[in-house]
Design a protein around this ligand. Structure first.
Ligand SMILES: [Fe+2]
Length: 249
């Protein structure tokens, strides 16, 4: 059994609740699909928690923090990237802990291809940047092109909207599936949801467990108010980034 987590977004309260749930299930193998940082108030400790994961991918926010290129970002996301970069990078010379975290971000990889399973943050066409969202099922050429680029199952995050896109053109939410998807002969693109900033109307942290045949979405309550408070207390982060956590939007 493996656990796949994504879009932690510097939310340590959500991440720790998820890691505790993973430990309770005795799952040793964790894969992270990116966006470790950005939006939230606790980037350092989130990076520190990920030392043991088998796969850690690069998300668009991680990339923006490293490069300071925020071209595709809206104003509050850009401010959060700038705040995060400053916090991780200022005074890095002569601070081995800071250097180690920065090096960890620099080592994040955009794609892991294991044949039957492909792991990315966004989409196989543009690993860190492209969104695949439920209404894309009406964009058949986009979906067909994406499905041509992998075999088996592609796991992604980025949209913060959990669910599965099937090769025959459907989008099924975890509610549609009673939280369980049985991997079939047809290809599937599975969105694992977001640990640190869910956007499907459910504020509980989201991740999946996966045993090569079955994907199960798990929702884990955590102290949302504590994260919200920290965001409100952080000068460089917009208050709305805390408020949205309450409603999962
Ligand atoms: Fe994200």
């Amino acid at each position: 059994m493996k656990a796949i987590i994504s879009d932690l977004h510097s939310n340590i309260e959500a991440l720790d609740a998820v890691l505790e749930d993973i430990a309770k299930r005795n799952i040793k193998e964790i894969l992270c699909l990116g966006d470790i940082v950005g939006y939230g108030p606790s980037p350092e400790v989130c990076i520190d928690r990920l030392k043991e994961v088998r796969i850690a991918l690069l998300g668009n926010h991680d990339e923006a923090v490293l490069t300071s290129d925020t071209t595709d970002f809206n104003a509050r996301a850009r401010r959060a990237v700038e705040w995060t970069r400053k916090r991780l990078n200022d005074g890095i010379q002569g601070d081995p802990k800071k250097m180690e975290r920065w090096n960890f971000l620099e080592r994040l990889t955009p794609v892991v291809d294991e044949g039957k399973f492909l792991f990315i943050h966004g989409s196989p066409r543009s690993p860190t940047k492209e969104y695949v969202i439920p209404r894309d099922i009406r964009n058949r050429s986009k979906m067909q092109d994406i499905f041509r680029r992998f075999e088996g199952v592609c796991f992604g995050g980025h949209s913060h909207l959990p669910g599965v896109f099937t090769e025959d053109g459907q989008f099924l939410s975890p509610q549609d599936l009673c939280n369980v998807y049985l991997i079939e002969a047809q290809k599937a693109f599975v969105n694992v949801g977001s640990v640190g900033q869910p956007r499907d109307g459910n504020p509980e942290a989201c991740y999946v467990t996966f045993d090569d045949e079955t994907v199960v979405w798990r929702r884990i309550p955590y102290d949302v108010q504590a994260t919200r408070r920290k965001i409100h207390e952080t000068e460089g982060l917009d208050d709305s980034l805390g408020d949205r956590l309450l409603v999962g939007k």
